[in-house]
Design a protein around this ligand. Structure first.
Ligand code: ATP
Ligand code: MG
Length: 543
């Protein structure tokens, strides 16, 4: 099923094609900065950029915006490559870096200087900020604004040659210190950073600013539609100024759309990084993180993320999406694809006092509707575990599970009745003694008995001990704020339980299962015999 979306960006592209404004193929790019792992907000941008190119028969660059050497690393580059590929998108041989164009960017800067459109400013960063003015007051011209072209050129070359220390000088565009748009008040184009770059090493000690770099990379790659988030709207005049004032004949339109926000999480790499660095989570791929790597480790499928992004859509309205929408998409995707299994999260011992057979083996489908998933064997015997919460000594009204004197059916097995409750010195229930009804076997029931309900179980000896991590939302506030987000962390975002699993899942090649009645779970990719809860079966979460 392929549904084509028709958001305002796709409409615009259709028009550009229909009116002949766009002659060749649609070319887009996804331009992450490798200063952290990608999160689900990035997924929206990835789905949009790759999605429109796919829809209109074009292609997409994966371009690393690597102009901040101190914050960037190859670890992040590799993680981003892995995540975009995992989401199911293909950039072919169009993997590029802003740093691939450092020499070209430098040459364009010399051109701007020669044209009298850029100058070396020797004010400190502080002084430059102070001189920029405010929304209501114009800025003030730098005393260096009218430096001679020859001097500018000479100084720029010496900046590049490493003659000056960090912060001594910058290259600024000469635009308009009185512009109502602060971004046009002689913005900085280059600054000195004696830092080793993860790709170019020590070749450069001056680095171009994002606003200068981005538009030129777009032009050099022949991007036809430069899609970015709304915070860049005020930067668009600068994007246009740079391309209007250098010698390139491609000038992509910049089109802005709203960022994705998601409830009960934070979506900024800076904040996510703090969670990692301060060990509030177990790394960037902690299953509680809104990162692609975290969602993957949690068991979320690429299809669910793409479906979520499609449902969220692309608009100019700021939107904070409910977590329940993401969870809905996850369940929807896992429902028909995941085999079922019985895993007891909080085991309570059950002894069948009248079971006189040898241990037997029951059989059940891996999925009640999906025959192609096949069948599995389930060992049965006199010693079982059931879920502690499936027994109540004093049952509340309408309790459809086990209580003294009452009967339930063991899923795919027999009907049992609780005859006796055994407790320890502290009054805690340690065992239930039950009788089973031999003629009540599931599928061949001739007993005529009417049990209260159906519960899941495992055979005690044959079951496998597994550790299950039950995840909740990472934050207890729907909108954790940047300043107080550490206090908003949910202290119960992970609970670990020692569970017992039916043995068939240990031999299965599947990684994702629905544990009957408790949720969707995924085998952890790193730790043996550990399962992570992807999502509960229903939206039952209460703040
Ligand atoms: P963050 O603020 O989370 O660090 P960023 O914008 O600095 O994100 P980049 O690596 O620069 O991260 O982002 C790459 C692309 O992804 C940009 O085009 C950006 O607009 C887009 N993007 C980032 N966050 C979101 C989001 N929440 N929703 C949609 N697109 C996003
Ligand atoms: Mg950024």
């Amino acid at each position: 099923m392929k549904e084509e979306s028709t958001d305002f960006i796709r409409q615009r592209i259709s028009e550009d094609l229909a009116t002949g404004k766009l002659k060749g193929e649609v070319v887009t790019r996804f331009p992450p900065e490798p200063n952290g792992y990608l999160h689900i907000g990035h997924a929206k941008s990835i789905c949009l950029n790759f999605g429109v190119a796919e829809q209109f028969g074009g292609f997409t660059y994966l371009r690393f915006d690597d102009t901040n050497p101190e914050k960037e690393s190859d670890e992040y580059v590799q993680a981003i490559i892995r995540d975009v590929a995992w989401l199911g998108f293909d950039w072919g041989d169009r993997l590029t870096h802003a740093s691939d164009y450092f020499q070209k960017l430098y040459d364009f800067a010399e051109d701007l200087i020669r044209d009298g459109k850029a100058y070396i400013c020797s004010l400190s960063g502080e002084e430059i900020r102070a001189g920029r003015g405010t929304l209501t007051e114009p800025g003030q011209d730098s005393p260096y604004r009218n430096r001679a072209v020859e001097e500018n050129l000479d100084m720029f070359r010496r900046m590049r040659a490493g003659e000056f220390s960090d912060g001594a000088h910058v290259l600024r565009a000469k635009i308009d210190m009185a512009s109502p748009n602060i971004n046009l008040r002689d913005p900085v184009l280059y600054r000195i950073r004696h830092a080793t770059h993860q790709r170019t090493g020590d070749t450069w000690c001056i680095y171009p600013m994002y606003d200068y770099t981005h538009c030129i990379c777009d032009a050099l790659e022949g991007i036809t539609h430069s899609l970015c988030t709304l915070e860049f709207e005020d930067h668009r005049p600068l994007y246009d100024w740079v391309l209007d004032n250098i010698n390139v004949n491609i000038h992509p339109p910049q089109i802005e759309f709203s960022r994705l926000g998601l409830e009960y999480t934070v979506m900024s790499k800076r904040l996510l990084q703090r969670l990692v660095e301060e060990n509030r989570v177990d790394g960037w791929d902690d299953p509680r993180m809104p990162t692609i790597a975290g969602l993957r480790r949690r068991g979320v499928t690429p299809g669910a993320i793409r479906d979520f992004c499609r449902r969220v859509g692309v608009t100019k309205q700021d939107n904070v999406v409910e977590m329940s929408l993401l969870e809905f998409c996850i369940r929807q995707d896992l429902e028909s694809a995941s085999p079922r299994a019985m895993v007891v999260l909080d085991p309570l011992k059950v002894t069948l006092t009248n079971y006189a057979e040898d241990n037997e083996t029951l059989e059940a489908p891996w999925h009640p509707q999906q025959d192609h998933l096949g069948r599995r064997s389930i060992p049965f015997g006199p010693n079982l575990f059931i879920e502690r919460e499936d027994f109540a000594e004093v049952p509340p009204k309408k309790f459809k599970r086990l209580s003294p004197g009452e009967m339930v059916r063991l899923r795919y097995g027999y009907i049992i009745r609780c005859d006796e409750v055994i407790k320890d010195f502290d009054g805690r229930i340690t065992e239930l003694r039950c009788s089973y009804f031999r003629d009540s076997k599931s599928g061949a029931d001739t007993s005529g008995l009417k049990p209260k309900g159906v519960i899941h179980w495992v055979a005690a000896e044959a079951s496998v001990p597994v550790r299950v991590r039950l995840y909740e939302r990472l934050f207890r506030e729907p909108a954790p704020s940047g300043s107080t987000f550490l206090q908003d962390l949910n202290p119960e975002s992970m609970r670990v339980v020692e569970a017992r699993a039916e043995p068939a899942i240990m031999d299965s090649v599947e990684t994702r299962f629905q544990f009957e009645r408790t949720g969707y779970f995924c085998r952890d990719s790193e730790l043996e015999n550990v399962f992570n809860r992807t999502v509960t079966l229903r939206d039952s979460w209460k703040p």
